[in-house]
Design a binder for this molecule. Structure first.
Ligand code: ZN
Length: 593
């Protein structure tokens, strides 16, 4: 660790939660207002189909309530993360959490009542100037009506939603409560305890025996339970397929892409472009093989660092300064706003006993962003800071320039701003170092993130697409079928790599497969960020200005339209191919070195 405990305890290095609520009393005062605010919405029950003015009142009251609850929740959640051992933070988080459940239960009628309005009525509301801040919400609702069933059928569906989620529950409990791993041996015969977090650490170990034993020991447990886990995953896939059928979508995948209005061709296009890029993946592996001096390269060799070089530790102030310099191509206003992260104390910087691990960007509509870090001075943490600041700036601008009803950008767009900042930092660091080993280090960092995000998430997306198609064609998803297909994809994505024992059951441990068609968004966002970062870094001011507008646009339109306005057309494969080109030129540079 680069810093003493004094540093961590210094207020300057902690976020300013008092800017949300200066005292616990003020939090309590707001908390006490929830019931009244809830009443103000409940009085509109059965009256949403009145005049536009009436609906506007109802929506405004509902917004007021949501903002209040979010602000209270945001404070409690951040307070509790400061020290998860302290009961005070836990207590207020639990209170607002259960209040939130109560509020959503009592308002469960709101959206169905709107949905049940005749189309002509919805259209009248959509055309009303009074409701302009809510137009998009109403348009999305109107669109969803096509897949709405009768009131009686909707009731049955809602009663069935709990039993239908049983497969996901089984998986969660198995993975988090029941599953135990054997300890694993290193090359000296020493035993190491294995769990979800040590699994990642051991895979980065220089001890190859430990890496191989970890890969096999970890996946071996999933392989041993593959029949149970196949039945559970099959249950989830059936749930997606059946729900799509009931709601009259052509397929499960199209049902899932519907809310973001993503054409199937975008999903399939991503997979096609990833396949075009597989020779580049192979080139990375060959370079790693050579650098690591391994002839029988295995999947368990994918995460170990190449070379012994580790850049010097970077104190936080210097790391922050690096990020601020790196984002200069985004213009002086962006930099000036980003510097507020320091002056207004958005960031809780250092690890402390009891503090929540990891990193995230949070806050709410009525606050500045908050960033939780566990800064340790390593270069990776500077990238994490750039990433979280990217999220924060996206939120800051969308909250500032959009009404509450439109600020929350969809998940499809969420990782673009964060990755763009990481890439700008990567370009900046590459440009400003002359040291060969430092360049190699950054390049390897970049390869790892490209492989782990673009290729790996697309490989998952392909698996997910295929298993839903199998189910729709009536092919049973047995453990054998799932393992065979998974293995087929690994050998396609990693043609010259030996697959460790048990890895054919890796599908059994991926929680995302229980959320239908989610992971492809990581890959498309990642590729979109390459498009923006490359052009912005190269001084394309037109794209830069459009990108800044994108950061302010929240959820104003469907994601592909938002991106089109920013100059990026994801309905073609070009932006994805631009990302591959950035990857390829990094490989060229590495080979030159
Ligand atoms: Zn992120």
């Amino acid at each position: 660790m680069t810093t003493s405990q004094n540093h961590a305890d210094n207020k300057e290095n902690q976020w300013n939660l008092e800017s949300l609520y200066p005292s616990s009393q003020s939090w309590e005062q707001d908390f006490a207002c929830i019931d009244e605010a809830l009443k103000q919405v409940t009085v509109f029950r059965g009256r949403l189909g009145g005049t536009p003015d009436q609906l506007k009142n109802a929506l405004e009251q509902s917004t007021k309530l949501e903002r209040l609850v979010e602000k209270l929740y945001s404070f409690a959640h951040h307070r509790s993360d400061e020290d998860t051992r302290k009961t005070e933070g836990q207590a207020i988080q639990a209170r607002i959490g259960s209040k939130l459940s109560q509020v959503s239960a009592e308002l469960a009628w709101f959206e169905p009542e709107l949905l049940a309005l005749p189309e002509s009525k919805l259209q009248e509301f959509i055309s009303s100037p009074d409701l302009k801040d809510y137009r998009r919400k109403l348009e999305v609702l109107k669109r969803a009506k096509a897949h709405q069933r009768t009131a009686a059928e909707e009731e049955i569906l809602s009663l069935l939603s709990d039993p239908l989620s049983a497969a996901h529950k089984v998986f969660n409990l198995f993975e988090n409560a029941d599953l135990k791993f054997p300890s694993v041996r290193d090359s000296k015969g020493q035993e190491h305890p294995l769990d979800h977090s040590s699994y990642r650490k051991y895979l980065e170990s220089r001890d190859r025996t430990l890496r191989q034993n970890t890969m096999t020991g970890y996946h071996g447990q999933f392989f041993a339970h593959r029949n149970t886990l196949a039945a559970s995953l099959e249950g989830a896939v059936k749930q997606h397929v059946v729900t799509a059928k009931i709601r009259k979508y052509p397929s499960a995948i199209e049902a899932s892409l519907f809310s973001d209005q993503i054409p199937l061709s975008v999903y399939n296009g991503l997979i096609e472009v990833a396949h075009e890029g597989l020779p580049l993946m192979d080139r990375t592996i060959r370079l790693r093989k050579k650098a690591l001096g391994i002839s029988d390269y295995r999947m368990s060799d994918n995460d170990v660092a190449v070379g012994e070089y580790e850049p010097k530790e970077i104190p936080y102030d210097e790391g922050f300064h690096l990020v601020a310099e790196a984002v200069r191509p985004l213009g002086s206003q962006y930099v000036q706003d980003l510097l507020k992260a320091k002056t207004d104390r958005w960031v809780d910087v250092y690890p402390r006993p009891g503090k929540c691990s990891g990193a995230y960007s949070g806050g709410c509509y009525d606050s500045h962003p908050f960033i939780l870090m566990n800064y340790n001075g390593r270069v990776g943490e500077v990238f994490t800071l750039a990433h979280e600041l990217g999220h924060s700036m996206h939120s800051l601008y969308s909250r500032k320039y959009q009404p509450y009803s439109l600020w929350q950008y969809p998940i499809f767009l969420a990782e673009i701003a964060s990755t763009t900042n990481e890439l700008l930092l990567y370009f900046y660091l590459m440009k400003n170092t002359t040291k060969r080993e430092e360049k190699e280090y950054y390049l390897n960092y970049f390869f790892k993130s490209f492989r782990g995000t673009f290729f790996r998430q697309t490989q998952f997306a392909e698996f997910e697409r295929d298993i839903h198609a199998f189910e729709e064609q009536g092919e049973p998803l047995t453990a054998q079928k799932l393992c065979d297909h998974y293995l087929k994809l690994i050998t396609q994505y990693y043609p010259n790599v030996q697959v460790d024992d048990g890895l054919s059951a890796e599908w059994a441990r991926i929680p995302h497969f229980y959320y239908d068609f989610y992971v492809y968004k990581y890959a498309t966002s990642y590729a979109a960020a390459h498009f923006f970062a490359r052009k912005i870094y190269d001084g394309d001011l037109a794209i830069r200005d459009k990108y800044l507008e994108f950061l302010k646009s929240g959820n104003c339109a469907d994601p592909l339209i938002t991106l089109q306005k920013a100059g990026l057309d994801l309905s073609t494969k070009d932006p994805l191919r631009t990302a591959l080109k950035v990857f390829e030129s990094a490989l060229d540079e590495y080979e030159r070195l």
